[in-house]
Ligand binder design. Structure first.
Ligand SMILES: Nc1ncnc2c1ncn2[C@@H]1O[C@H](COP(=O)(O)OP(=O)(O)OP(=O)(O)O)[C@@H](O)[C@H]1O
Length: 359
């Protein structure tokens, strides 16, 4: 069994449908109407020990709600979660020792206590021995510059300082599973780099990490697996590099030549490339499939036609793929099949095959 297991996990929020104003409030008292929001919709998710998983989706997709369900903060409407075989909603204390949660938008530090006291309370709550605690604090200080913050009360921390202290609070008990929900929001670039390095160390030590972020730089180079949620449903679950290879194949060479270049001559030597005018008559942009044409071949092709003054190459990014999934341009193969094919998939193993297709 995987370390983190969600089966058909569903959360429906119900909120009062109150017309505005006093009259509306009175009418609501009489009629009591509610609107329902399915925030997480029959999510199946298995995370093996030691995996680093990126969990991304547009605003309101259901990411934070999933994290709250997986950590036992919220009760599911239906479906279930197991962490190491335990149900977090039922075995709160046992599971709390095994997981760490960081919400970038919310603090778990005590507002009126200095950071040192907040961390000490957590140390005692989790029963961390003094030697281990000191070692962890030293490490947090090395990566997060924690010492400077220890005497500052929660309410006086800037956003970036608060995030660093909150990270320490989430990890003080050495959890084996860590959920990081927007962990670099509001951090300046140098702190972001340090925090990302820290995450890589955690992963390399075997900690299981689920990372939610709108900043895809948090994800690239850190998570091998990408899960995309949209409107509460998982629309993609697979290997991040494989997605890039499949759907972010193009590179663009922007090239500045000494004399004008006839685009047809470039097309003739680079079959399949798309040649367009650049920012000035002496600049061209050449889009090519990086698996069919190497960057060297593309540059050499232009050099054979005119002297090259300058060039740069734009690499494909996961941003572009994710943007296309969000916009509906790319969809899960399984979804497409379901719409066009009513036959059950008799051979299907039930495992997501990590395929996205253009509709
Ligand atoms: N306590 C709540 N009561 C009612 N609706 C809620 C509650 N919490 C979340 N929702 C709704 O559930 C949906 C999913 O919210 P959630 O916070 O999980 O999204 P998210 O993917 O984390 O979004 P973001 O990227 O903006 O943080 C949203 O429509 C949100 O308004």
């Amino acid at each position: 069994m995987a370390l983190v297991e969600a089966r058909q996990l569903t959360k429906v929020f119900r909120r009062p449908d109150k017309p505005p104003g006093l009259a509306g409030a009175l009418r609501h008292l009489a009629t009591r109407r509610y609107v329902e929001k399915v925030a997480v919709d029959h999510v199946d998710l298995s995370i093996e020990a030691g995996e680093a998983v990126a969990y991304v989706g547009p605003n309101g997709a259901g990411k934070s709600t999933t994290v709250k369900l997986l950590s036992g903060i919220l009760q599911p409407t239906s479906g279930e979660v197991r962490i190491g075989g335990l149900v977090p909603q039922d075995d709160r204390m046992a599971v709390a020792h095994r997981i760490g949660v960081l919400f970038g938008q919310r603090t778990q530090l005590w507002w009126d206590l200095p950071v040192a006291d907040s961390l000490a309370v957590l140390r005692d709550l989790y029963g961390v021995d003094e030697g281990t605690y000191r070692k962890r604090l030293k490490r947090f200080d090395e990566v997060l510059g924690l010492d400077d913050l220890m005497a500052v009360t929660g309410r006086k921390l800037s956003l970036g300082q608060r995030m660093r202290a909150d990270l320490a609070a989430a990890l003080v008990h050495g959890p084996e599973v860590v959920y990081l929900d927007e962990p670099t929001i509001g951090l300046d670039l140098s702190v972001k780099d340090r925090v990302r390095e820290f995450f890589r160390e955690l992963r390399d030590e075997g900690t299981t990490v689920m990372l939610t972020s709108h900043d895809l730089a948090d994800i690239e180079g850190f998570c091998r697996r990408l899960v995309i949620i949209d409107e509460g449903r998982i629309v993609f679950d697979g290997d991040l590099e494989a997605v890039k290879d499949e759907f972010a194949r193009d590179r663009i060479l922007h090239v500045h030549t000494e004399t004008r270049v006839d685009p047809d001559r470039v097309r003739a030597v680079l079959p399949g490339a798309v040649v367009a005018a650049g920012e000035s008559p002496l600049w061209h942009s050449i889009r090519f499939d990086r698996f069919a044409i190497t960057a060297g071949q593309a540059v050499a092709a232009v050099t054979g036609i005119a002297a090259v003054v300058d060039f740069r190459i734009d690499e494909p990014g996961i941003e572009d793929v994710i943007r296309r999934v969000y916009s509906g341009e790319l969809r899960l193969a399984a979804e497409t099949d379901a719409e066009t094919d009513s036959e059950p998939d008799v051979e299907g193993s039930g495992e997501p095959d990590a395929v996205v297709t253009a509709p």
